[in-house]
Design a binder for this molecule. Structure first.
Ligand SMILES: [Zn+2]
Length: 337
């Protein structure tokens, strides 16, 4: 299996940038249907645990700013993670789903020894592990009002899921997540090289109110060709009659562009995403006389839980364990303390 942390480095960059853009979005402008309460589902179907009530463990956290390892109570550490990974105005059930994912990530690292920080399961660097901010840092960053009015909701999401992790075959999963799906999530091996039985493509119909569900990039033929040429010096493509030289060859189960032919070269959808800084690799191309429109769906890599999909499900009345069970196939929640 390929190094999951290598995968995570890229993924967590995407996920950690999320709160920045989300905080600029006025949530009130998003039209959301009246939540429809689902029939109360049988918890046992999703939650397979004997509820235990042990003291939460102390874990080692490598602080990348001070260069030191600090011992912290797991749940207190998670307060500082959830604050950075999801906006506090999301539904409590979405926040709880994210809380369980964040806790699972620590346990996954601990059990798989895949950590690169001597003796610590995780570090505080979002480009490598998960975003973490201490209460002091949060106060400076978000202000006293946020600490007073929003931080309690973050803590509630952690406290009410104390000890819960997502498991597959009894072991903690690699809980990948991203901002917004295109309507479907992706199979892990079609985006990264590793196949995980619980990271499968599933429908995600509740993302359509997300601010980045759809986006379009317009670029002139000339600029597009010059961008391609500056990255691939051996590419042979001409700005005239460009539509006849570009062909999407294949797509993933989730709908992302897998292979695309451009002139004499075959690239991946992710290559194009990187070159043009597109929100995702799920795009269509519309050709006009001198311009190309990239019509993009979703935001992020598309593997695992969609955060806006989780928010949409929560708005529809789903509980956090139903959200997790939907996005992480055949998994069960386990209470470990
Ligand atoms: Zn790290």
């Amino acid at each position: 299996m390929n190094n999951p942390l290598g995968i995570l480095a890229g993924i967590l960059v995407c996920s950690a940038t999320l709160p920045v853009f989300l905080s600029t979005v006025s949530y009130n402008n998003i039209e959301i249907n009246e939540p429809q309460k689902q029939e109360q589902s049988v918890d046992k179907e999703y939650i397979n645990y004997e509820s235990v009530d042990k003291t939460s463990p102390k874990i080692n956290i490598y602080n990348h700013k001070t260069g030191k390892t600090q011992k912290m109570n797991m749940e207190e550490y998670l307060y500082g993670v959830l604050s950075g990974e999801m906006p506090s105005d999301f539904d409590i059930e979405a926040l709880k789903a994210q809380a369980v994912a964040a806790r699972t990530y620590v346990m996954y690292n601990q059990e798989n020894g895949s950590s690169k920080h001597k003796g610590s399961a995780v570090c505080t660097d979002y480009t490598h592990c998960q975003e973490y901010k201490s209460e002091e840092e949060l106060k400076k960053l978000k202000g006293e009002d946020w600490i007073k009015n929003s931080y309690p909701k973050i803590k509630q999401a952690i406290n009410e899921t104390k000890g819960h992790i997502i498991t597959y075959d009894g072991n903690p999963i690699l809980p990948l997540y991203f901002s917004t799906s295109s309507g479907k999530t992706e199979n892990s091996e079609e985006v990264f090289s590793s196949e995980y039985p619980y990271l499968r493509s599933v429908d995600s119909p509740y993302d359509k109110y997300a601010p980045k569900y759809a986006s379009t990039l317009k670029i002139t033929n000339k600029d597009f060709v010059s961008k391609l040429k500056s990255t691939y010096s051996d590419i042979n493509i001409d700005e005239n009659n460009i539509s006849s030289q570009i062909k999407i060859v294949s797509r993933s189960d989730g709908g992302a562009v897998n292979k695309i032919k451009l002139g004499n070269k075959e690239l991946t959808g992710r290559d194009i995403r990187n070159i043009l800084n597109l929100n995702s690799a799920n795009f269509e191309i519309k050709f006009d006389d001198n311009t190309l429109d990239f019509i993009v769906k979703g935001y992020g890599h598309g593997v695992g839980m969609s955060q806006w999909g989780a928010e949409g499900m929560a708005q529809e009345g789903y509980k956090y364990y139903e959200i997790l069970s939907h996005y992480y196939k055949d998994t069960k929640i386990k209470d470990i303390y």
